[in-house]
Design a protein around this ligand. Structure first.
Ligand code: CA
Length: 229
């Protein structure tokens, strides 16, 4: 899942971005309201964490302009003071939730998870395809009840595939939602990670869940066999 973090205080932004990356999220950072709108227009973010007090355009304006442009991306607003009027304004401009600074990082993570579950349809805490299960809170992955040990990036890729189970997922989709803006589109990183996931998730099982659709992308499914790579 890819997050745009909009925060002008550099130290706070770095700490937050690092914490979120440790939790397997791909994170881009914008330091002012104009940059935030530009980046939100360029990339399909799964969530925006938006500080209210920002240079050039404040968080309220950014949120209002996003919604005016028909963006439905979930927005978690960070307000500096616990003023009722700030919260009302935030929600009225189209924010989905807010947190008052200073906040506890674990509360931020819980709200991020809750907002990501909403998406176009409410996603459960446990995601499941056949005998493969993924707990989004603990990030525990199991196949047939047996735990699978994944790195942060492997987990992020598997979570994205399982959220879009049965759909064809292109390389571009993966690059956009699992990696951040530093991703090199000419690298073979995605293929490498898919191979690693296959080894951990499918090896030794008769039913292969991760399929390659030549020239199209990948599909995670318990359904009938596709064209196999
Ligand atoms: Ca600020």
């Amino acid at each position: 899942m890819r997050i745009l973090l909009v925060e002008d205080e550099q130290h706070a932004a770095q700490m937050l971005a690092k914490g979120l990356r440790d939790q397997t999220y791909a994170v881009d950072v914008a330091a002012d309201g104009e940059a935030a709108l530009y980046q939100a227009g360029m990339n399909d973010y799964d969530l925006i964490i938006l500080d209210v007090m920002l240079p050039l355009k404040d968080g309220f304006t950014v949120c209002r302009e996003l919604r005016a442009a028909a963006s439905a991306v979930p927005v978690l607003m960070l307000t500096a003071r616990d003023a009722v009027q700030d919260r009302i304004t935030g929600l009225d401009t189209g924010a989905d939730d807010y947190l008052v600074k200073p906040f506890d990082f674990h509360e931020l993570l819980a709200r991020v998870r809750a907002l990501l579950r909403r998406g176009p349809v409410l996603q459960p805490v446990q995601l499941k395809v056949a005998d493969l299960t993924l707990e989004t809170r603990s990030r525990l992955v199991r196949r047939g009840g047996k735990p699978i040990d994944l790195t942060a990036k492997e987990y992020a890729l598997l979570e994205y595939l399982i959220r879009r189970a049965d759909e064809v997922v292109t390389r571009a989709d993966i690059a956009e939602h699992v990696w951040d803006e530093t991703f090199d589109p000419f690298s073979n990183l995605i293929e490498v990670y898919i191979q690693r996931l296959r080894r951990k998730v499918d090896e030794g099982y008769a039913r292969k869940l991760i399929r390659t659709l030549r020239g199209e992308g990948y599909r995670l499914t318990a359904g009938e066999e596709d064209e196999l790579a």
